[in-house]
Structures are given as structure tokens and as C-alpha cells.
Design a protein around this ligand. Structure first.
Ligand code: SF4
Ligand code: SF4
Length: 64
């Protein structure tokens, strides 16, 4: 289980990168991406996915 960033909707604001408890978000091709092998959907750390909570773009972060 993991989330992914929809490149077409990402504005590269960078808000999601520092809030990830597993350091799964990284700069990629001028935008940001999520490492699917380490994203836990924040289970065990937070009640809700933190990247999803801070991202202002609708439907930009979705199930991988
Ligand atoms: S859901 Fe949580 S663990 Fe996965 S990328 Fe977003 S902040 Fe990181
Ligand atoms: S918060 Fe959303 S728009 Fe901003 S870099 Fe992350 S995925 Fe892209």
C-alpha cells in the first residue's frame, strides 16, 4: 500500500516533502514523487496520510 503523486497535477510546491514520516517523497523531474516501496500511507505514525493533508491540489495524491 502506497500513494503516488499525479505528475500532471503537481505544482512542485514542495509542501509534502518535509511532512513525510518515512522520507518517501523526493524531487523528481522538476516535480515531486513518492517511493512506493517505503510509503506506508503513514500507518503507525499518523491517523491520515500527511502528504494528502498538506497538498492543496485536488486529486494530486492518489492510491498507487
Ligand atoms: S502517505 Fe505518508 S508515508 Fe506515504 S508519502 Fe505520504 S506522507 Fe509519506
Ligand atoms: S504538496 Fe502536492 S502539489 Fe505540492 S509538491 Fe507535493 S504533491 Fe506536488
Amino acid at each position: 500500500m502506497a500513494l503516488k503523486i499525479v505528475a500532471e497535477l503537481c505544482t512542485a510546491c514542495g509542501d509534502c516533502e518535509p511532512v513525510c514520516p518515512t522520507e518517501s517523497i523526493y524531487p523528481h523531474k522538476g516535480l515531486f514523487a513518492i517511493k512506493e516501496d517505503s510509503c506506508t500511507e503513514c500507518e503507525g505514525d499518523f491517523e491520515t496520510p500527511q502528504c494528502l493533508d498538506v497538498c492543496m491540489e485536488d486529486d494530486c495524491i492518489v492510491p498507487a
